[in-house]
Design a binder for this molecule. Structure first.
Ligand SMILES: Cc1cc2nc3c(=O)[nH]c(=O)nc-3n(C[C@H](O)[C@H](O)[C@H](O)COP(=O)(O)OP(=O)(O)OC[C@H]3O[C@@H](n4cnc5c(N)ncnc54)[C@H](O)[C@@H]3O)c2cc1C
Length: 363
């Protein structure tokens, strides 16, 4: 909701996982916070398709997996928020797909050690964090366009409104922040360069979610997994709910962004044709198919992300983790993290780090 409060101790820009964690921890420290989100919903890259009538989560449109044995920060927050995990379904044969003119081959494929799913999907993290926010903290539909820092504090402009604070946490993708926000004073060269050089993990990808009445592939001894050289899905997995309900598959679309954008209807039809090829005629009758194209979201994907291949995230330079403008500006997004950069674990760690940094550099 929007209230009339225009000033706080801290403004957090971006209500993805890292921004929500930073906000939660700053509020716990007794700081007042305004959280400004450009989109119409919080969660950023974490998003679910929900049943229009019941609100039931049908599947993830952003991230799906965590790796608890290797991700202590994820474990810490899942415990704190009371969210259980369950195993990724991997039982049975995977389909090796070589396209319409070659037979599909079936064989087991090894799963990843420790891979797990969060009950209710990663959106359950977002829902739990948003539910804890006091009324009036979160403002959606307000893209920040300017951050003006001086000796007295920070002024943030968003959709024609001005907000002021002592400090600001920038919890947006770095390339988006560098290209779409007017910074005064200008960002230091080394920081601007590091922001431009940091791709936003998975931002150029599109994820297809295909929902069915039941997980019919399991009855055929199939895992729901596809590895394909032909596409349009280059890989697919079973993403059914914890007790096999709802039944669903998801896949990553191999077509490049411009081809996806120009052929939306054909994409849906070709995905179904591929699933029929791999899993049989029952795959022709989903209750829903949804393709979430993250490259079309300008608050997630910057032109620089579209211009080059997306490397696997690496730990970025220290300048991204340091406070700027005499402690008035701190960054918090998964890509700045020095643990699991680009991942859910990185977003949680970045939010924790930002909240600590804001407090320790409090003027
Ligand atoms: C398809 C896909 C699959 C993925 N799979 C996995 C997985 O299986 N496991 C895993 O660990 N991770 C995965 N990830 C990565 C994971 O989603 C991210 O690490 C995590 O969600 C990042 O959270 P964040 O808060 O750091 O950033 P974001 O989620 O990007 O949040 C940034 C927020 O800033 C907002 N914003 C941008 N510009 C402005 C502005 N000017 N003003 C105000 N707000 C603004 C955005 O709208 C957004 O809400 C996946 C991502 C995608 C897209």
């Amino acid at each position: 909701m929007i209230d009339d409060r225009r000033s706080a101790d801290v403004i957090v820009i971006g209500a993805g996982l890292s921004g929500l964690v930073a906000t939660t921890l700053l509020l716990e420290q007794g700081r007042s916070v305004i959280l400004l989100e450009a989109g119409e919903y919080p969660g950023g890259r974490i998003r679910s398709l929900r049943d229009a009538a019941t609100g039931e989560v049908l599947g993830d449109l952003g991230p799906t997996w965590v790796w608890p044995p290797y991700q202590p920060v994820v474990v810490q927050w899942l415990q704190r928020l009371g969210l259980p995990t369950f195993a990724q379904f991997e039982t049975g044969n995977a389909a090796l797909d070589y396209g319409p003119s070659a037979p599909v081959q079936f064989q087991p494929l090894p799963g990843q050690h420790g891979i797990a799913r969060i009950a209710g999907g990663p959106a359950a993290l977002i829902d739990a964090l948003v539910a804890m926010l006091p009324e009036g903290v979160l403002h959606t539909g307000l893209p920040v366009t300017a951050v003006l820092a001086n000796d007295k504090g920070v002024v943030v402009e968003a959709a024609g409104r001005e907000f002021s604070a002592e400090q600001v946490v920038v919890a947006t993708p770095l390339r988006v922040a560098e290209t779409s926000v007017n910074w005064s004073p200008a960002l230091p060269d080394d920081l601007a360069h590091a922001m431009r050089a940091t791709p936003t993990w998975m931002s150029v990808h599109a994820k297809a979610l295909i929902v069915y009445r039941k997980a019919f592939w399991r009855e055929k001894g199939l895992s729901g997994r596809i590895a394909s050289q032909a596409g349009p899905l280059v890989e697919a997995h079973d993403i059914s709910g914890q007790n096999d309900d709802p039944a669903a598959l998801f896949g990553f679309v191999g077509w490049p962004h411009d081809m996806r954008a120009a052929n939306k209807d054909r994409l849906d039809a070709e995905i179904i044709a591929q699933l029929v090829r791999c899993f049989g005629e029952m795959a022709a009758h989903p209750t829903q198919i949804h393709v979430e194209d993250w490259a079309a979201n300008r608050f997630i994907c910057a032109p620089g992300d579209l211009a080059e291949p997306m490397p696997h995230p690496d730990v970025g330079p220290d300048v991204l983790r340091q406070p700027h403008a005499n402690g008035r500006i701190v960054f918090s997004v998964a890509e700045i993290s020095d643990v699991s950069p680009g991942l859910i674990e990185g977003a949680l760690a970045a939010g924790m780090r930002a909240a600590n940094l804001v407090s320790s550099s409090c003027s």
